[in-house]
Design a protein around this ligand. Structure first.
Ligand code: NDP
Length: 479
């Protein structure tokens, strides 16, 4: 299968005629070839987006909301295909792809269609004047997204950008291009206006960088690693582009001494190993009160042992492969480093060779490491794989200090029988998103984003709609 860029409503080859191989990481097989696009392709896409801008931005808000609803319906009718393609492209279990990736990709359009309806005109009265705050489209916006939740994260940006009247040039990760291409096919099938959404495939250093540098792209919404985020900011900020950066994390799961240990162990295992630990919100540092540590460990190991690592195409698999052989090497090298740093592997710790058709797949057993210092590299650097370190603390203040001891500040969870105590601990953790007695429980109206090196800005609800708008104040003086 060969996929093409989607520019001006047409599927077109990259101008240099060059293609990259795309692999299924659970089998090692080549599944497709994708354009290795350059700045020239980005320039064409920006031109198409600019040409489409006047008509799209002139639609009323309700007309754009209708388009979002149509897209959601069209995706809903092909939900299983989304899940199958996403599972094949990422190596994640089909169950997870169905429940999380496909479902959320659709609900992103449904949610922003509904949420945009609630947008009220803001007015501020003065004694002698009225201020009207209006939201104008920004223009052509650039979206760059990672491989871990490909269509989920892309549509999380596309839906609010569209509904606020912008046109788009987007680059998905070159490791997971297939559902973005599928979305383009769906848009073409419902006669979505040409040029409003343009998808250009290729490498970050070529196609991605060209999006950042293009002078006609007025805003950049980026989700990815912190080191790439620095490049994004260094390029786009001096051009005064509006910027949203959703970056990496090294999140703490804090188990207080009064927690229901069985529930907390299941929660901690899910937080650490969902999607093979490749969710920015994953709890890769498990902090446990010393009073309950010995009781907690066997419960955690039991919870991990119930997670079946298996062929992602099978319904009963809980954990699939990691994204690529290179990423597997990186994750395994951290496990080796942990051993050198004095860590003890208490669960997993190695590559898993599965039977055919997955014998060449990049599978790693869910791994828990104890005995490492809280400031060791494995406990502070983002590994982004099925590896969690576990640490003892004495008292809530030490837990908070440990949780805050990294450059990151994205998310975390606190487990306790005392909700007020849980909320109080959560308030002191330097992160953008905290859960008490749950994890990844999302209300899409709430702000989503990180502090410290985990990002700048917030997505979700009004925050996304405001990001993709130019807020303009018009002050009308009374007669
Ligand atoms: P990367 O930062 O490597 O890549 C993200 C995207 O940026 C990809 O499309 C990539 O293209 C592109 N890119 C790379 N270099 C450049 C460049 N110079 N200019 C423009 N674009 C570029 O992240 P990963 O794909 O490896 O994703 C994993 C990371 O994403 C983790 O750190 C994770 O924590 C973070 N993440 C954060 C989330 C959040 O909401 N805070 C959510 C999900 C993930 P290419 O694929 O070709 O390199």
């Amino acid at each position: 299968m060969q996929i093409e860029n989607f520019i001006g409503g047409n599927f077109i080859a990259p101008l240099n005629g060059d293609y990259l191989e795309n692999h299924n990481p659970a089998t090692g097989n080549v599944t497709s070839h994708i354009p290795n696009s350059t700045a020239d392709d980005i320039a064409e896409a920006v031109q198409a987006a600019q040409d489409a801008l006047p008509a799209w931005s002139a639609l009323s808000l309700s007309e754009r909301i209708e388009w979002l609803e149509k897209i959601a319906q069209a995706l809903e009718s092909r939900k299983d295909e989304i899940a199958n393609i996403e599972s094949m492209d990422t190596g994640k279990p089909i169950n997870l792809a169905r429940r999380v990736d496909a479902a959320r990709s659709i609900s992103n359009f449904e949610f922003f269609a509904k949420h945009a309806e609630t947008l009220a005109e803001l007015t501020y009265e003065m004694d002698d004047a009225t201020n009207y705050v209006i939201r104008k489209p920004i223009g052509v916006v650039g979206l760059i997204t990672p491989w871990n939740l490909p269509l989920y994260l892309l549509t999380w940006k596309i839906a609010p950008a569209l509904v606020m009247g912008n046109t788009i040039v987007a680059k998905p990760s070159e490791l997971t291009p297939l559902t973005a291409n599928f979305l383009c096919e769906v848009l073409a099938s419902i006669d979505f206006p040409k040029g409003v959404l343009n998808i250009v495939h290729g490498l970050g250093i070529n196609a991605g960088q060209a999006i950042l540098e293009h002078p006609q792209i007025k805003a950049i919404s980026f989700t990815g690693g912190t080191s790439t985020g620095k490049i994004v900011a260094a390029t786009a900020a001096p051009m005064f582009k509006k910027l949203s950066l959703e970056l990496g994390g090294k999140n703490a799961t804090i188990i207080l001494d009064d927690a229901n240990l069985s529930t907390a162990a299941k929660g901690a295992a899910r937080a650490a190993f969902t999607n093979s630990g490749q969710v920015c919100l994953c709890g890769s540092r498990i902090l446990v009160d010393a009073k309950i540590y010995d009781e907690f460990i066997p419960l955690l190991i039991d919870a991990v042992n119930t997670m079946k690592v298996g062929n992602p195409a099978q319904d009963d698999s809980d954990i699939g492969s990691v994204i690529s052989p290179d990423h597997m090497k990186k994750v395994l090298s951290y496990i080796e480093l942990a051993k050198q740093e004095g860590g003890r592997i208490i669960s997993g710790g190695e590559r898993m060779i599965l039977p055919q058709p997955n014998s060449n797949g990049s599978f790693i057993a869910p791994t828990i490491i104890e005995g490492l210092g809280i400031d060791s590299r494995c406990a502070t650097e983002e590994i982004f794989g099925p590896v969690a370190t576990i640490h003892k603390f004495t008292g809530d203040e030490e837990a908070i200090r440990m949780a805050n001891g990294t450059e990151y500040g994205l998310a975390g969870s606190v487990w306790t029988a005392d909700l007020a105590r849980g909320k109080s601990v959560a308030e002191k953790v330097e992160s953008g998103i905290l859960w008490v007695n749950t994890w990844l429980h999302r209300d899409l109206r709430t702000p989503f984003g990180g502090v410290k090196n985990s990002g700048v800005g917030r997505e979700g609800g009004d925050w996304s709609l405001n990001f993709f708008s130019e807020l303009t104040n018009i002050c009308v003086k009374d007669d």
